[in-house]
Design a protein around this ligand. Structure first.
Ligand code: SF4
Length: 539
């Protein structure tokens, strides 16, 4: 193994195995995946009070379960409260939808579970998952049975492990795609999810595998993006070490070329490198991006090749990014003559009833495939051209829009104060109100470039604020009258793909939640008036 530092960062490969924080302790004491048996045999029988703290707030995450925020606790008080007071006796349950790919049968099952066990709540997340709320521990085994009966799972949907694998929502149907990456995603899920050789990582591990760069590849721990090698043909460029939160980093290219068949093997090598060399001392420095930043991409590649693959990978070209805002909303051609249609809820907020209806409406026009996007949107595939308008009209009636305003289309929000224990401010409802306000106030503007607005409830950046045109980080702000209220720190001009760059944090730009509509109207109005031809918001 390669020696890199003498400081004890908790790197297993350097024999620094002693747990250096509480998370490392409980993971070392018992593999987190083992908590499932206790949920099924004890906690679901004996109730919420029977769950000890390390299982409740630690290991249960490996099965997609987080305690949700007790209702009525204001954001400003979050940090000062002990966990028992913040925890409600209900759970958020995250269903992992790898590649964002669902059959209508699977979607209908999730919808029915939400209605029966989750007070009809459901959110499409910006990592292609579906999150349910208000789940009782007593119902968890039944929910798992129903999910698993149709090939769905919550395994490793949260926790320090390989999370959902992002995939192109149009994999297998897009005319722009040269190679469908879905077989690599399927193999990774079948072989490695739930595998205890990689269930104790230093922190979460995020993956994107897609021919098109429509899965935010720059900000995942590892990404595979389609590229055509001049001699070897189609395959994938590999990027490592991306991530957001309070210390954002763009992923770096390894400069290596990987075939579709090799993707699972190389993915497993990167995960084990992270397991063995990742920093485990401080949670805030435990993501792969810190190791990649310290080592550099060349060393990461060398260690992957020498210590994990046992062979060198060929050099490869960089993926060519020609488009940035791949959200797939609207009507698009498939390669087989059918259409796919992308629909926009607002900030991913749907319900169990809506999901069940989407499944029924899709089947009503002969489709059996639905996809979720990393932009909190939903696609129906395989629609015959003559059924397109019927589906658009029917989906509009349940609040899903194929021809949305630019504000509905490009606004995203994280879970926020409604359910998240870390939140400082409300985000979902605020974003829905904001979209309605902007549609009314700015509906007359004929903007031919998108202005993406992302709202986070805290600095963790689940809604990717640093990569938005207008990124809003929730915090308590002080009004002119000295009152402490919910508000946002503004970041301006971030982007991915062709517009790659972090939003600039403008210290003077802090806005209260109540003033948000005025603020956005003002800066977008200024932009629309003063911009030169084709100038983008980030410019
Ligand atoms: Fe919760 Fe913060 Fe993530 Fe929003 S950004 S979901 S408030 S942790």
């Amino acid at each position: 193994m390669t020696a890199v530092t003498t400081k004890n960062e908790g790197q297993w490969a350097l024999h620094q195995r002693e747990p250096l924080n509480h998370n490392e302790e409980f993971k070392a004491q018992d593999d987190a995946l083992n908590v499932r048996a206790r949920i099924e045999q004890i906690y679901s029988q004996e109730g919420f009070a029977s769950i000890p703290g390390d299982d409740l707030r630690g290991r249960m995450r490996w099965w997609g379960l987080y305690t949700q925020r007790r209702q009525g606790i204001p954001g400003g008080r979050t940090a000062s409260l002990p966990p028992e007071e913040l925890d409600d006796e209900y759970f958020m349950m995250r269903v992992r939808i790898d590649g964002g790919a669902l059959t209508t049968e699977q979607l209908g099952v999730i919808g029915a579970i939400s209605t029966e066990f989750g007070r009809d709540t459901a959110d499409i997340t910006d990592r292609q998952n579906i999150q349910l709320h208000w789940v009782r521990i007593e119902d968890v085994p039944t929910i798992w049975q129903r999910l698993e009966a149709v090939g769905l799972q919550t395994t490793e949907a949260c926790g320090d492990c390989p999370r959902v694998v992002l995939g192109s929502p149009v994999a297998g149907v897009s005319a722009e795609e040269v190679l469908d990456a879905s077989p690599a995603i399927d193999e990774i899920i079948a072989r490695y999810i739930g595998d205890q050789s990689i269930s104790n990582l230093p922190r979460k591990f995020k993956t994107a595998i897609s021919w098109l760069p429509d899965t935010v590849p720059e900000i995942n721990d590892v990404s595979f993006v389609g590229v055509v090698h001049p001699e070897l043909g189609p395959g994938f460029d590999v990027l490592v070490g991306g991530g957001l939160s309070t210390n954002p980093k763009f992923a770096q290219r390894l400069g290596a070329f990987v075939t579709l068949e090799e993707v699972p093997e190389v993915w497993y090598a990167v995960v084990r490198l992270f397991r063995d060399y990742g920093y485990r001392r401080l949670r805030a420095r435990a993501r792969l991006k810190f190791l990649v930043d310290d080592w550099g991409a060349a060393k990461v590649r060398e260690v992957i090749e020498n210590e994990y693959l046992g062979r060198a990978l060929p050099d490869g070209p960089a993926a060519i990014v020609e488009e940035t805002r791949y959200d797939h909303v609207g009507v698009h051609d498939q390669t087989d003559g059918n259409k796919y249609i992308g629909f926009a809820p607002i900030s991913g907020r749907v319900s169990g009833d809506i999901l069940s209806r989407v499944a029924a409406l899709a089947e009503g026009v002969g489709s059996h495939r639905v996809r979720l996007t990393p932009h909190q949107k939903l696609l129906v595939l395989d629609v015959a051209p003559e059924r397109v308008q019927q589906l658009i009209t029917q989906m509009r009636a349940i609040g899903l829009e194929a021809e949305p305003s630019q504000w509905r289309r490009y606004t995203m929000a994280c879970t926020g104060l409604e359910f998240c224990k870390l939140a400082i401010v409300d985000t979902k409802q605020r974003s829905m109100d904001l979209v309605a306000e902007l549609e009314q106030r700015l509906g007359h503007l004929d903007l031919d470039v998108p202005v993406a607005i992302h709202l986070n409830g805290c600095p963790n950046s689940c809604a990717r604020i640093q990569t938005a045109d207008i990124g809003l980080k929730g915090q308590i702000v002080t009004t002119a009258d000295g009152e402490q209220v919910e508000g946002f720190q503004v970041h301006l001009g971030g982007g991915l793909g062709l517009e790659l760059g972090w939003g600039r944090k403008l210290r003077a730009h802090k806005v209260t939640s109540a003033e948000l509509g005025d603020y956005v109207e003002r800066i977008v109005g200024n932009f629309a008036r003063e911009r030169t031809d084709r100038e983008r918001f980030a410019d």
